[in-house]
Design a protein around this ligand. Sequence first.
Ligand code: G6P
Length: 488
Amino acid sequence: MSQSSADALPESLVVVSNRQPYSHEWTADPVEGAITTDDVAVTTATGGVTSALDPLMRSLGGTWVAWASGDADMAVADEGIVAVPPGEESYDLKRVPLSEAEIEGYYHGYANQVLWPLCHEESGRIWAKPTYWEQYRAVNERFAEAVREVTDPEDTVWFQDYHFALAPRRVRAARPDATLHHFWHIPWPAPTVFDHCPRGEAVLDGLLACDVVGFHTEPDADHFCRCVEATVPDATVDLDDGVVRYEGTETRAVANPLGIDVDGVRSRAEASDTDAVRRQMLGDTVPDPSIPVVLGVERLDYSKGIPERIAALDHLWERRPDLRGAFTYVQKASRTREGIADYRRYRQDVVAEMQRINERYGTDDWHPAVYTERRLSAETLAGLYRVADVALVTPHRDGMNLVAHEYPTACVDGDGALVLSELAGAATQLDGALTVNPHDIAEIADALERALELDERDRRDRLGRLQASIEALDSTNWVERQFRAGPD
Ligand code: G6P
């Protein structure tokens, strides 16, 4: 691999991810003839992968390969390629359009009804229709072909997440001398759970074409090696060093926790108009500007533990009637993967539970819980974090969970408390949170009660420790650690 000696970064890079950093949508019905900037709107993705990798790609140059999910994506591209970021073009985005059948089988199918539930230890939710595997394989092949088109023999390619377990093996066949990295952003399960994986050996075979496979935590990297040992008979596994030798490749499984763009979140929080954000989010429902806010921010995903959290609020208000009226819970939720029945049902359940506790405890003067699915800008979200006195982050299982990084970082006034699931990767990395078992409703209620009643010194001390541990994991360090783990 060609690397600058100073920082181990490759000289140019091909990134492969399902979601793209920029997408183009028609603002109105497309018109015949030349497209003008009035006809399309560009949206910038706000997730952890984009905020870590877009700055890297801007400085290195190269190509980012991703699914063309915006309806104007292909129209504005030239043979699928568009230079980005808009107005500051510094790298290429190569878009791969997918048919309805491919989206169904690859995205709604094998990726999100097999690998996602498997890795979040929800094996009862696995549903593996034959077309899911066929399409997952075919789409991985299409992405591998797109990578082949934009790479030279010794280039570096970095695959992102569980959507691309098979593509590395296809790329390796065509580019034996390339350096291949993967980062698995979700948990990796223990062998007894991985046993449930339909086509599990093929998934491992695909990943073992990489030189480095990154995970957020040591247990994830260790589980991966143990699954290889249990499932791939021809692989030689060194569990102590996290190295697998198989089919001529030496693969290192490394723990490399992802962080956030700390300066970006902090400066957005500092710039936010907290009174305006409070009014925008809480409006007339919470007229008292001094009432504490407890916050939850997540996609409506069954791994996030939202019903248990609502049950914990119910339990706390039942047990401590004096806390009724003492704070308002704000749930910022985002709709997600609605092509899958489990997700549609989950959303219905969450909405119904939010209504139920409001009906049960609401009074003329107090609205217990505010629920919103409004899309928030990164600026408004940072302001909302800053407004919140406590954040509840209680997933059943999570690779990392970046809300647990963003909330403390946005508490630029030096005050705020985090209740965190001990089963989120973040709990293994961050110091200062009040940790809970996400299934233990009484424990979540107790931790919230404690967070609300911590004395100021303890609260500020915990927040300071959280901020220091988050800063050490800044996303720039994540990128450098990944490449430092690669071959010399
Ligand atoms: C998780 C995954 C990401 C994914 C995100 C949103 O964080 O690790 O790869 O992009 O969820 O899910 P979606 O299905 O909307 O891309």
